[in-house]
Ligand binder design. Structure first.
Ligand SMILES: C[S@@+](CC[C@H](N)C(=O)[O-])C[C@H]1O[C@@H](n2cnc3c(N)ncnc32)[C@H](O)[C@@H]1O
Length: 277
C-alpha cells in the first residue's frame, strides 16, 4: 500500500496536471481527483522513472511529451467497464434497432457500429454478441472500437478475460460466445473468433474529429462524456451527428444526456437518441 505523498506533490502540481489532461485529451479532472491522480501516478514517477518529485514529472511531460504523454494518459483515464453493462441498451439493440435497420433498409446488408471509448473491449464484444444473436447470414456487421488509452486497447485486442468477469452472463450466451480455458488457463475465457472478427480496435482521441468515409448506423459512447466539460461535449457530439446515417442512433451512459449539448437528436428511449437533422 502506497502511503500518501511519499514524494513531493502539491496543489500547484495537481493544477498543472489538470491542465495537461485537459489540453491533450479534454479530460476534466475535477478537484476531488487530487488524491486519485497522486495514487495513479506515484509508481510511474518514483519507481519506473526514478524521479524525486511531481514537479520533475511535470517538467518531463512538458519538455518531452512524445516520451511520456501516452503513459500519463493511460494512468489517469478511468477504464471501468463490464460485459452487458446497462443491459437495456443491448435489449433495445436486439429487439428494436437492428430489426428496424434490416426492415427499413431492405437491400442494405452492412451494419456499422462505433463503440467510442471502448476501454478493454467488453462493450464492443457485448454489441457483437447481441447482434450475432439476431443478424442473418445476409448481413455484415462491422464494429469500430476506439479509445485513447493504448494499454486498454491491447488488452481488448487479446479478447481474453478472467472467468469472474463473465459469471453474470447467462449460460446459453456464455457457450455461444466464449471459449473456456483449460489447464493453467482454466480461470480464463476467450471471445470466440466468429464474434471477435467483427470488431476492429483503433486508437483515437475523441477530441480529434474524424471524417468517416462510411457513416455509422449506431454509436455507443457510454460513460465517457462525463469526463468532458460542456464545450468539449458539444464538439464530440457534433462529430457523432456528422458520423451517423440520417436516422442513426447515439447511445449514452446512465448519467449522461444531450440536454443543452446538441439539438440534432431526439430522445427515444433511456439514454438513447435518434439523429433528426
Ligand atoms: C469508463 S470507460 C467506459 C467504457 C465503456 N464505454 C463502458 O461504458 O463500459 C471510459 C473510457 O473512455 C476513454 N477516454 C477518455 N478520454 C478519451 C478521449 N479523449 N478519447 C477517446 N477515449 C477516451 C478512457 O480511456 C476509458 O477507456
Amino acid at each position: 500500500m502506497i502511503k500518501p505523498h511519499e514524494i513531493p506533490y502539491t496543489q500547484a502540481n495537481f493544477n498543472e496536471l489538470q491542465q495537461l489532461a485537459n489540453e491533450h485529451i479534454g479530460l476534466a479532472l475535477t478537484d476531488h481527483k487530487y488524491s486519485m491522480v497522486y495514487n495513479r501516478l506515484v509508481k510511474r514517477v518514483r519507481d519506473e522513472l526514478g524521479l524525486a518529485s511531481f514537479a520533475e514529472y511535470i517538467h518531463l511531460l512538458k519538455t518531452k511529451p512524445e516520451q511520456e504523454m501516452a503513459a500519463f494518459i493511460n494512468s489517469i483515464t478511468t477504464n471501468v467497464t463490464f460485459f452487458f453493462r446497462e443491459n437495456h441498451h443491448f435489449i433495445f439493440l436486439k429487439q428494436v434497432e437492428l430489426p428496424r435497420i434490416l426492415r427499413d433498409k431492405s437491400g442494405k446488408n452492412k451494419i456499422r457500429i462505433w463503440s467510442a471509448g471502448c476501454s478493454t473491449g467488453e462493450e464492443p464484444y457485448s454489441i457483437a454478441i447481441a447482434a450475432q444473436e439476431v443478424l442473418t447470414e445476409n448481413s455484415t456487421l462491422e464494429i469500430i472500437a476506439t479509445d485513447i488509452d493504448s494499454q486498454v486497447l491491447s488488452l481488448a485486442n487479446k479478447a481474453i478475460y478472467p472467468k469472474a468477469q463473465v459469471e453474470k452472463i447467462d449460460i446459453k450466451r456464455l457457450k455461444f460466445a466464449f471459449l473456456q480455458g483449460t489447464g493453467k488457463n482454466a480461470d480464463l475465457v476467450k471471445v470466440k473468433p466468429f464474434i471477435k472478427k467483427h470488431v476492429r480496435f483503433m486508437r483515437h482521441n475523441l477530441l480529434e474529429s474524424r471524417n468517416h468515409p462510411e457513416k455509422f448506423d449506431i454509436i455507443f459512447c457510454r460513460n465517457v462524456l462525463i469526463y468532458f466539460d460542456q464545450e468539449k461535449k458539444r464538439a464530440i457530439v457534433e462529430n457523432f451527428a456528422d458520423s451517423l446515417t440520417s436516422d442513426g442512433i447515439l447511445i449514452l451512459g446512465h448519467s449522461e444526456s444531450l440536454y443543452g449539448v446538441n439539438d440534432r437528436f431526439k430522445h427515444i428511449d433511456t439514454t438513447i437518441y435518434r439523429k433528426v437533422k
